[in-house]
Design a protein around this ligand. Structure first.
Ligand code: ZN
Length: 355
């Protein structure tokens, strides 16, 4: 896997886990928690690769046969479980347990049970790394629970999720949580230049990276996604509408013209993802403006400049108007779960702005 990269920002945490393993103290099941896109899955793969490495150091050496196989995603003792890599939204029981009877639309690959049934090929243990463990449905979690309850020598599980509450209490009681937080701006920018294809010698791109890192709150994965969605442009339009600098109905049309990449299987889902991005950005600006109004420093905020301008407007200073706006945006965001028109919901949120 090309994902075998140094877990920037989490180096100390992961090195500590490698050292625990060397002393025979690594819990057999770990749960990496922390914000989306900060590299929790990569950290899990890196930990596994370090413990499978023939050199037995604190980090994968990167050159031995084991490290090469880990990098090429062909290591017989490393089993990444990733719903999205198989175009599935949910980690169903077929990812976890062996079942003969599976529908043709289900995941068809090997299960964790199949993987664990094989003898460790290289004798340094077997590692299961589960991406976005909140995607495990209840049946799958119960199947996994059986494996967690009966730990076998040399078998290690690393689960990761930003929403550990989505896991059953029984599963959570069997894993040791390790918190991996957002990165500081400098580290996050470094990851973007390294992995995001940005050019450090281009002033425009330098500025774009700084903006994306600020909007992401220190998550390279989120920053890249926001970049693809052209979030800085959307946020700028929203800032203009919220502060009354531009008429809301003019901005409404332009929000749908920004040429961003919104993933989804159907056109409707893509429109809904765009609306979700727009409403989340608007809610972010409103929340940051509240912080400014309460005397907070705008500099470290995701939407610092826009929030500072908004907090200075007469409309925002009025408590009833501010509450009405907040409620309208929140309700529109919640109603996105219903099958309502995404454009209609964004219009509804924008209509709450004082004219
Ligand atoms: Zn190695």
């Amino acid at each position: 896997m090309s994902d075998l990269v140094r877990p920037r920002g989490h180096q100390d945490a992961v090195t500590g886990l490698v050292q625990s393993a060397r002393e025979g103290r690594l819990p057999h099941a770990l749960l990496f928690t922390g914000p989306d896109g900060v590299g929790k899955f990569r950290a899990g793969l890196w930990l596994a690769a370090a413990l499978l490495c023939e050199e037995a150091g604190d980090a994968p050496c990167g050159v031995c046969g084991s490290c090469k196989r880990a990098r090429a995603a062909s290591h017989a003792d490393l089993f990444p479980v990733d719903a999205r890599a198989h175009d599935q939204d949910e980690l169903t029981v077929f990812f976890v347990a062996h079942r003969e009877d599976r529908p043709s639309t289900a995941y068809q690959g090997a299960s964790i049970e199949d993987f664990l049934g094989l003898r460790a090929a290289e004798g340094r243990g077997k590692f299961v790394v589960i991406r976005e463990a909140h995607r495990l449905n209840e049946v799958a979690q119960n199947a996994l629970l059986k494996m967690l309850e009966e730990p076998r020598d040399g078998v290690h599980f690393v689960l990761e999720t930003a929403t550990p509450d989505a896991l059953l209490e029984t599963v959570r009681s069997r894993v040791v949580e390790v918190r991996l937080d957002g990165l500081d701006r400098e580290t996050c920018e470094a990851v973007l230049f390294e992995a995001g294809g940005f050019d450090r010698t281009d002033a425009g791109q330098m500025e774009e990276v700084a903006e994306l890192v600020r909007l992401s709150g220190g998550s390279p994965g989120v920053a890249l996604e926001l970049g693809a969605r052209r979030a800085p442009e959307l946020a700028q339009l929203l800032g203009a509408a919220l502060t009354g600098e531009r008429a809301a109905h003019d901005v409404a049309a332009e929000l749908w013209d920004v040429d961003g990449d919104f993933h989804g299987k159907t056109a409707f889902v893509r429109r809904r993802v765009r609306a979700e991005t727009i409403l989340d950005l608007g809610l972010g600006i409103l929340a940051d403006a509240e912080r400014c109004l309460a005397g907070g420093d705008p500099a470290p905020l995701r939407h610092g400049p826009a929030a500072e301008s908004l907090a200075a407007t007469a409309a925002f200073a009025s408590t009833p108007a501010r509450r009405r706006m907040g409620r309208a945006w929140l309700e529109a965001r919640e109603d996105l779960r219903l099958n309502l028109s995404p454009e209609g919901l964004v219009d509804r949120a924008l209509a709450s702005l004082p004219r």
